[in-house]
Design a protein. Structure first.
Ligand code: IMP
Ligand code: MG
Length: 179
């Protein structure tokens, strides 16, 4: 296991190992298996960061699950809110369905808030949020947190799907930036 990773100007040190990540996913998957039984849920994986989490999570879901993969495109909004994000890639009709968002990390919650607002317009029965990581101290939006695998301080991290400037998604462990 590599203990430090250097990407561009930054050095990262091992922070959360694969075993800890997998045990945390075991716990939320057990909750999901209880809650989602018979609901025919549609899981929505938010690319790119969530690909590894989605893979490990879905292997633990026992109901025959449907999955969709979306991306969020950022553009500068005309309003003062600044950076607006639009969901694209969702072809499924989610009317009256239980949808479960699979996200890598919730930081300020801006992304998740925008995502939920856009999905809500399509009249689902319910929207559940699962995230591998949550930075509680950075959260400034009131977003539902149905399934949170790990809570972490507000340091910048990479690995297990998360990147720094496009790099570092490939590591099975999570690393945090060295100050
Ligand atoms: P939010 O909109 O502030 O909640 O930020 C969410 C998005 O920012 C995530 O989907 C990630 O793409 C990115 N992000 C937040 N924190 C980190 C981090 O520590 N490492 C890598 N990406 C991060
Ligand atoms: Mg993300």
């Amino acid at each position: 296991m590599t203990k430090t990773v250097k990407i561009k100007d930054k050095e990262f040190e091992l922070f959360i190992n694969q075993k800890t990540i997998e045990e945390a996913i075991d716990r939320i998957a057990a909750d999901m298996n209880k809650d989602l039984e018979g609901k025919n849920p549609l899981f929505i994986c938010v690319l790119n960061g969530s690909f590894m989490f989605a893979s490990d999570l879905m292997k633990r879901i026992h109901t025959p699950a449907e999955m969709s993969f979306v991306k969020l495109s950022s553009y500068e909004g005309l309003a003062s809110s600044g950076n607006v994000k639009e969901v694209f890639g969702l072809k499924e009709d989610i009317t009256d369905r239980t949808v479960v968002i699979i996200e890598d990390i919730i930081d300020t919650g801006n992304t998740m808030k925008a995502m939920i607002e856009q999905l809500a317009k399509r009249n689902p029965k319910e929207i559940l949020v699962s995230t591998l990581l949550l930075k509680p101290d950075a959260l400034v939006n009131d977003v539902p947190l149905d399934y949170v695998a790990l809570r972490i301080p507000s340091d910048f991290i990479i690995g297990y799907g998360l990147d720094y400037d496009g790099r570092g998604r490939n590591y099975p462990d999570i690393y945090k930036v060295k100050n």
